[in-house]
Design a binder for this molecule. Structure first.
Ligand code: AMP
Length: 371
């Protein structure tokens, strides 16, 4: 059994989890890095603190979550100076996300010089989407020059959950088609055909697709031109409005789905509409991916909302009974692994995601280590 340390470095936080095989032997979160009154001054201090705290004996690898791998990183990748340079070159594609991961990688390589390190990309699982699923109908020249295409995110979660779904249903993942719905603070849908992603709802960035806590999800791009030209808003402000003040936050004034549900229960019309928009968007993607896959063997809900909200699960799949998609209300409330009735044509599942475990596994795969 090899020990693997998984590090998820954000701009002001570092999440870590130490695995021995599949077992978690230590985990934690350092927050508010570099902020006044925060716990630590910088990422170096944060990682040093983590390493002082945990027992690193027998550490075989460190696995880093990296959000954007562009078109070139299609799987977990052993980190070298050259890989760091290539991830740096991708910063323009993910200016909010990749710099933090790079800082984490740089510090961890210095602090653990003898431990091999692996980058696991959120985008990599979607490298199997065929060209027609990642290409937007714009000038080819512009698209190629500026790397404009769909990349997709939440890949480790969609990979893990689709595989677990097949296992829960007693099926071979390589022969199972699953629609996975990762509904957390960020949210995305994925069509998985025999273990390979063939469609996903996020794009060049994590902004499009489903409605999220603070991100708008899909909108007509003309909205941006209109807000700029007619409303006179600067581009930065429009970006903030769509990424941080959109989604549930924008429609209902709160970003946490629990708060939306409370307001809706109290009769708040904005929260009621926000819930309806949220669930309808999920239904639209499920319908789209039924058409992409042709044969669907399961639908799986995961992440904070997907795992916990029976109301969202019920509302987002309601009316799909003629397609063989049915939810049993009692199983749904109990949050069973399978929430459809026995014998349902398309089983519906609730599968807790575990992105860190998947990163640890993929890190071992990249280094040919035993689990
Ligand atoms: P995640 O990003 O996966 O941690 O998901 C976070 C989101 O899950 C929160 O913002 C909540 O909106 C949602 N969530 C967590 N617990 C519940 C719950 N019991 N019911 C509804 N939504 C929940």
């Amino acid at each position: 059994m090899s020990r693997v340390l998984v590090l998820n470095s954000g701009s002001s936080s570092v999440k870590y989890r130490l695995f021995d095989g599949t077992e978690t032997v230590a985990k934690g979160l350092v927050e508010r890095i570099g902020e006044s009154g925060g716990e630590v001054a910088d990422h170096r201090a944060a990682l040093q603190g983590i390493m002082d705290e945990i027992d690193l004996t027998g550490l075989a690898a460190a696995g880093h979550r990296v959000v954007h791998g562009g078109a070139e990183f299609t799987g977990p990748t052993v980190i070298t100076d050259e890989v760091v340079a290539r991830v740096e070159a991708l910063v323009p594609l993910a200016p909010l996300h990749n710099p933090a991961a790079l800082t984490g990688i740089e510090v961890a390589r210095k602090l653990l010089p003898d431990v091999p390190q692996v980058a696991v990309f959120d985008t990599a699982f979607h490298a199997t989407i065929p060209p027609e699923g990642v290409t937007w109908a714009i000038s080819r020249e512009l698209a190629e020059r500026w790397q404009i295409r769909r990349y997709g995110f939440h890949g480790t979660s969609h990979a893990y959950v689709s595989r677990r779904t097949a296992q829960v249903l007693g099926r071979d993942p390589a022969q199972t088609n699953v629609i996975t719905l990762h509904l957390g603070n960020g949210a995305s849908a994925c069509a998985v055909e025999g273990g390979r992603s063939v469609a996903t709802s996020m794009g060049m960035s994590p902004l499009p697709g489903l409605v999220m806590g603070t991100r708008s999800g899909d909108i007509d791009p003309t909205v941006i031109f209109h807000l700029h030209r007619v409303a006179g808003l600067p581009l930065d402000e429009i970006e903030t409005s769509l990424t941080r003040h959109g989604g549930l936050q924008g429609m209902a004034g709160v970003n946490d789905l629990r708060a939306v549900l409370d307001l809706r229960a109290a009769g708040d019309p904005d929260a009621t509409l926000a819930f309806d928009v949220y669930c309808r968007r999920i239904r639209e993607y499920v319908g789209s991916y039924l058409a992409v896959l042709g044969r669907v063997d399961a639908i799986a809900f995961t992440a904070g909302v997907g795992e916990n909200s029976a109301a969202v699960r019920a509302a987002s799949l309601s009316g799909l009974e003629p397609l063989g998609i049915v939810i049993d209300p009692e199983r749904n409330e109990r949050r069973d692994e399978v929430i459809s009735p026995p014998g349902a044509r398309i089983p519906v599942c609730v599968i807790p995601t575990d992105e860190e475990l998947e990163i640890a596994d993929q890190s071992r795969t990249a280094l040919s280590l035993d689990r």
